[in-house]
Ligand binder design. Structure first.
Ligand code: FNR
Length: 371
């Protein structure tokens, strides 16, 4: 009946068709305090917004009459083959989005044949994540003043089959996220640290996040400490948070295995440049010696394409994964990744690029180049 059709249309219309609609679903289902924690950035949130706006300033220049009847999005990263150049960025505390937490995210990553970078500040333990998914996983590391605590987590990650360490370098202290302060956001204990240290910190500033970070994070960490990290693990090490060609060169000199161009999704230094606008500079500093990845503001397959055209080997997505997790659990994460993959596939098709190798600098024009 017509009524039946109308009703099923109404139901269909409520299914999100893109990442931004998943964000709106997440906003609806999550308590405001948690949504703000995931969604927000530092201070004026200038960098947070610019991450996305900078992508929008880049135009695509398609080629026509290329055989695009078959599209291959697969790529290899540190020797691991993945279905598409879209990884899951490390984000903290997935159980505030869904009771299954990182276990659900890891299973979704496995079913999409991609790599999840599991946050140091996960709710599920390293062991729980490892036993819920046998796909390739990387472990994101924060270095604590108590170095032995961080060393212990690196060893546990290695024992549990994680394939790389992602050292986050942009967080000697926590950026000032004012929404969390206003909401008096209190983070749960980090279960990975149970038995290793007392993780409860009182707050007199509304949220316990900053207070906790300033008690634990080692703000003295510097390039020479890469040697220490090398001495405690045989895993490849990527550095996350590089935004300049100078630091890119330092990373190569320090013998690191990869760079993630990142401003922490606009949650650390506000007014840091949007990642896509510094990608080429960083790649120039690296000179092709190690892979360069990018995160921050990727919400569309066209964004992935733009990053690849400007030289990234792959991108990572942070918030989109959390929106999917909050809205629909493991299925939601899978849908978000698949959406981005489908959008990338269509972008490659319409741009005349059957494989990732066919995506060239000439397929994009940045705002500086277009008058
Ligand atoms: C993060 N990010 C982050 N990075 C990291 O190295 N360790 C962490 O624990 C976290 N935690 C975290 C929590 C939340 C809620 C967000 C949104 C982000 C930063 C993350 O890895 C990545 O750099 C950004 O999320 C990328 O930007 P988009 O994709 O969110 O725009």
């Amino acid at each position: 009946t017509l009524e039946h059709i109308t009703r099923s249309h109404a139901k269909m219309a409520s299914e999100p068709v893109n990442v931004n609609e998943f964000q709106e679903l997440a906003r609806k289902v999550l308590p405001k305090m948690y949504f703000d924690f995931y969604n927000g950035g530092a201070e004026d949130e200038y960098t947070l917004k610019q991450n996305m706006e900078a992508f929008q300033r880049i135009r695509l220049w398609p080629r026509v009459l290329v055989d695009v009847s078959r599209i291959d999005m697969s790529t290899t990263l540190l020797g691991y083959k993945i279905a598409a150049p879209i990884l899951i960025a490390p984000t903290a505390m997935h159980q505030l989005a869904h009771p299954e937490g990182e276990k659900a995210t890891a299973r979704a990553a496995a079913s999409c044949n991609t790599i999840m970078v599991v946050s140091f500040s996960s709710n599920c333990t390293i062991e729980e994540v490892a036993s819920s998914c046998n796909a390739v996983r990387f472990f994101q590391l924060y270095v604590y003043k108590q170095r032995e605590v961080s060393a212990e987590l690196v060893k546990r990650a290695e024992r549990n089959g994680f394939k790389a360490i992602v050292l986050t370098a942009d967080t000697p202290k926590l950026g000032r996220r004012e929404a969390d302060i206003k909401n008096k956001m209190i983070a749960p204990k980090i279960r990975n640290l149970e038995g290793l240290m007392a993780t409860e910190v009182d707050s007199n500033d509304g949220s316990n996040l900053e207070a906790y970070a300033s008690k634990t994070m080692d703000a003295s960490l510097c390039w020479k400490d890469i040697e220490w990290l090398r001495s405690i693990t045989s895993l490849p090490i990527l550095v996350k948070g590089v935004l300049t060609h100078e630091d890119a060169r330092m990373a190569v000199e320090a013998g690191l295995d990869g760079i993630i161009v990142s401003n922490h999704g606009g949650r650390q230094l506000d007014y840091a440049p949007p990642t896509i606008s510094v990608l080429e500079e960083v790649i120039h500093g690296v000179g092709g010696k190690i892979p360069v990845l990018l995160d921050g503001g990727v919400r569309r397959g066209t964004d992935v394409f733009k990053a690849l055209a400007l030289g990234a080997q792959a991108v990572l997505v942070g918030r989109p994964v959390i929106y999917g997790l909050a809205a629909k659990g493991e299925n939601g994460v899978r849908t978000v990744i698949e959406m981005l993959k489908n959008e990338l596939e269509l972008t490659m098709t319409l741009s005349g690029c059957p494989t990732l190798k066919d995506i060239h600098r000439s397929h994009v024009m940045t705002s500086q180049e277009s008058l």
